[in-house]
Design a protein around this ligand. Structure first.
Ligand SMILES: Nc1ncnc2c1ncn2[C@@H]1O[C@H](COP(=O)(O)OP(=O)(O)O)[C@@H](O)[C@H]1O
Ligand SMILES: [Mg+2]
Length: 268
């Protein structure tokens, strides 16, 4: 196994001095770049929590990246930082080489609405809205005409396999179906990046596998970059690379081609 990346104390992300990583990175467009990202949660009554201790990472356009690590290791914090949902305490996050800390509120809103599609563990659908209305919502925010939004939302629902459930509310759908609606919603404004935080955590393993393969299909068909924090070992089999996070640091980055050899010994 390759040596772990020295965490937090280097200026550029080093793909472990491994020629295979260099070959993988060759010619790829860096869509997300994290530079020495640190996050400290401070509370009045308790000790500060160092959730990220200096993460350096480059994520390439069109890849499927799994972010793996034990619970509490900082996956969601990293997810929030690279998705522009929360500000790191220090360090930089670049999306398409734009430092997102430099964006004003309107630009950040544009990024969240257009550039990134978010998928969460608990689906986060609006309960009073039907499936198709949930999928239309980001298009409404983006100013798309209602008729156009409805047509596009119906197509996306079809694409993710819930074309027959358009008028059902989330409470009338299974967990897997709700997550499909959430995926369709994430695709509403043709984002370049899909960020998924433990998207299969509340699903049984068969349904989880279907969702993983749906994300893989979207990567292939639409060329979106899929970044998914996960506990799900099934993700390993299909991810192009895996970022292992441990105690708020990059433990290592692995290519799928190397993972196959080691999967038997992985302890999550
Ligand atoms: N809003 C918060 N306030 C204080 N501590 C937090 C907050 N969110 C996360 N943490 C802490 O930061 C660490 C990393 O959490 P998180 O990023 O959610 O990990 P993971 O997603 O890998 O389970 C944990 O110790 C967690 O308790
Ligand atoms: Mg989490």
């Amino acid at each position: 196994m390759s040596e772990p990346v020295p965490a937090g104390d280097h200026g550029t992300w080093d793909p472990q001095g491994n020629p295979k990583h260099a070959a993988y990175a060759q010619g790829r467009h860096c869509i997300v770049r994290a530079r020495d990202v640190k996050k400290i949660y401070k509370a009045e009554t308790s000790q500060p929590v160092h959730a990220l201790r200096g993460v350096d990472m480059e994520i390439y356009r069109g890849e499927y990246l799994a972010i793996m690590g034990p619970s509490g290791s900082g996956k969601s914090t990293f997810f929030n930082a690279i998705g522009g949902l929360d500000r790191p305490t220090s360090g930089q996050v670049y999306i398409d080489e734009v430092d997102i800390a430099q964006l004003d509120a309107a630009e950040l809103a544009w990024l969240r609405c257009r550039k990134v599609g978010y998928i969460f563990q608990s689906y986060n659908l609006i309960p009073v809205m039907t499936a198709i209305e949930n999928v239309m919502l980001p298009m409404t925010f983006a100013g798309t005409h209602a008729d156009e939004a409805r047509t596009k939302a119906a197509g996306l629902c079809e694409l993710v396999g819930i074309g027959h459930r358009l008028d059902n509310k989330p409470s009338e759908l299974s967990g897997g179906q709700q997550q499909r609606v959430a995926i369709a919603r994430a695709l509403a404004n043709d984002p370049a990046i899909i960020l998924a935080d433990e998207p299969t955590a509340n699903l049984d393993s068969k349904t989880g596998l279907e969702i993983i393969h749906l994300l893989l299909d979207l990567k292939k068909k639409k060329g979106v970059t899929v970044i998914s924090a996960t506990h799900d070992k099934e993700m390993l089999a299909i991810s192009d690379r895996v970022l292992w996070i441990k105690d708020g640091r990059v433990d290592r980055v692995e290519l799928r081609t190397d993972l196959h050899i080691e999967t038997g010994s992985i302890g999550i």
